[in-house]
Write a protein that binds this ligand. Structure first.
Ligand SMILES: Nc1nc2c(ncn2[C@@H]2O[C@H](COP(=O)(O)OP(=O)(O)OP(=O)(O)O)[C@@H](O)[C@H]2O)c(=O)[nH]1
Ligand SMILES: [Mg+2]
Length: 278
């Protein structure tokens, strides 16, 4: 990403002009850091001695990241339950498959729940992944009750003491409040059987600052424990991870880097910041 290389080069060259600052500002905005953060970074750069700028910016960026754990929840005695939520098309179902692949590589057993019952294609998409990854998926009738699919899956996961239950949910209903009510219902019903350990919100990095708006809407209705930032492949917009963490306090736990099951990376703060500053 090397977002700040231009900034450092300009400043090291001395005599940073007004138009240089404007150019630096624009590149920070283009990288999706957000207007407020971009302005603050410029302020820090302007008031810091040139030799110390890199460290000063690194420390500020670090302090803006979430302090919450980035590790995926895990319970050693019972099934760990993970709900995948987010608006339509962000990559929930694909991320569900990626998590299966990730967990299987750690020798964990996984059961899936196809709680997006609103489209036949949604169920089929998850079934196709499940077949490919060789895990079981609990499904229900199209237009059936998502909560009852989730309940059945939770009961099965508990009986079989599966390590993980991952619940894929719908991204679109007729209304926003309908979707939020539905997610709340899925949660309550599952919790009759097993506690929900993680609610991972899937955000498409290419939607930029709009991802922050989406996150806030979900946070009003569900306790989001982590973010999966998808479509980070080939995007120079890596600043969104920082912007969304600063704004919401929710840690990015994973990054999606493609359409395949193995295109998932654990998000690690220091290399990410180093990548921005390189
Ligand atoms: N390049 C890229 N494409 C991705 C990534 N994650 C998902 N996609 C693609 O984005 C599209 C939507 O992904 P889905 O997983 O179906 O999204 P969803 O949130 O489940 O969508 P709905 O169920 O309709 O709400 C698909 O074409 C995926 O292959 C990613 O990290 N990188
Ligand atoms: Mg889906």
């Amino acid at each position: 990403m090397a977002l700040f290389s231009k900034l450092f080069a300009k400043i090291r060259g001395g005599q940073t002009s007004q138009s240089d600052w404007a150019e630096i500002h624009d590149s920070l905005i283009a990288a999706d850091l957000g207007a407020k953060n971009a302005a603050e970074i410029i302020e820090i750069a302007k008031k810091t001695k040139s030799d110390d700028i890199s460290e000063a910016i690194f420390n500020s960026l670090k302090s803006w990241l979430s302090q919450n754990s980035r590790a995926l929840a895990t319970n050693s005695v019972r099934t760990t339950t993970v709900m995948i939520v987010g608006v339509n098309g962000t990559g929930k179902t694909t991320s569900t498959a990626k998590l299966v692949s990730h967990l299987k590589s750690e020798n964990r057993t996984v059961l899936l729940a196809a709680a997006d019952t609103f489209r036949a294609a949604a169920v089929e998409q998850l079934q196709t992944w499940a077949q490919r990854l060789n895990v079981e998926v609990v499904t229900g009738p199209v237009n059936g009750d998502p909560a009852s699919v989730a309940f059945e899956a939770a009961t099965k996961a508990k009986e079989e003491n599966t390590n993980y239950l991952i619940i894929d949910t719908a991204g679109r209903l007729h209304t926003k409040s309908g979707l939020m009510d539905e997610l709340g219902k899925v949660r309550r019903v599952v919790e009759k059987v097993l506690p929900i350990d993680e609610v991972l919100l899937v955000v498409d990095a290419t939607t930029g600052q709009n991802g922050i708006v989406q996150a806030k809407v979900f946070m009003e209705s569900v306790v989001v424990t982590g973010l999966i930032l998808t479509k980070m492949d080939g995007s120079a917009k890596g600043g969104i991870a920082l912007a969304i963490e600063r704004e919401t306090g929710i840690p990015v736990k994973f990054i999606g880097t493609g359409e395949g099951a193995s295109d998932l990376e654990v998000f690690v703060a220091e290399p990410y910041l180093n990548g921005l500053l390189a």
